[in-house]
Design a binder for this molecule. Sequence first.
Ligand code: SF4
Length: 320
Amino acid sequence: MKAIVLYSGGLDSNLALRIILDQGIEALALTFITPFTSPKVAGSPLPGVEYKSITFGQEYIDLVKSPSHGWGRNMNPCIDCRIYTLRKAKGLMDEVRASFLVTGEVLGQRPMSQRRDTLRLIEKETGLEGLILRPLSAKLLPPTIPEKEEWVRRDVLLDLRGRSRKPQMELASQWGIAGYPNPAGGCKLTDPGFSHRLRETLNFGEDSLGDMELLKLGRHFRLPSGAKAIVGRNEEENGKLSSLASSDDYLLEVVGFPSPLTLLRKAKGKKDLLDAASLCARYSDGEGVVEVRTWREGKEIDLPKVSPLEEDKILEYRLG
Ligand code: SF4
């Protein structure tokens, strides 16, 4: 007997996986990577456990833009996201010869997607009624097909509910499970600041995978023309900005002083270039009027020297 375990690498999915393995069920640990989650796992959780990851792309961004079940408190479309994820897992069942799915969901842990009624709705919409086993809360839920068919023993499943992670941490310590990441690291769509940036950028029609990558980096500014400037906060971000620049983007950095890299997208004219240069100067170590090197596709652009952008403009243009 084999199951696909939706495996984020976090505490709950590690416990769910352990419960299933302890019942002698073969498991495929399946990780989903969205444009808004940083992978917590880098391979198989345990020696001998089969592992697979699936990366979501533009289709997932389109789902985030207009989820049929709406967003949570921020830009998190948790119900649609769970439906999408479970459909992907369902699509793998035949190929890997899995008879059911397992998740680390805990009843009542998340306000939107882990309520009793939404769990039912998600099962119905995915056509997976009775085929999703949630070992951490199974005793509080109707018996699933794996329990009814006695592929798994219901009596050793758990009855956890609510937001406290204390019982899970106690179990992890009893079972010698360590090294799971902190849950706070999760999905950027639940973060208010990131959600504000995302909403704003979608309103400007910026919805490509590259746009989403840029949203995770640097300080963001919307210039009056609609152009966007992104200022790197450290060497790593400067490197990523450089690699994400498209052929239409300008890159800028102050000459002669430590300086962030600034990426300017959708520039309409010289005023945007000068604003971006002043922004770059503001976050550099340069003082007074400075020279800002500006280029696009390796071709240098001549700009006059600039002063750092004034604080009131910074506040006006800054996003999130
Ligand atoms: S928190 Fe993010 S990854 Fe998790 S269900 Fe919600 S939208 Fe999906």
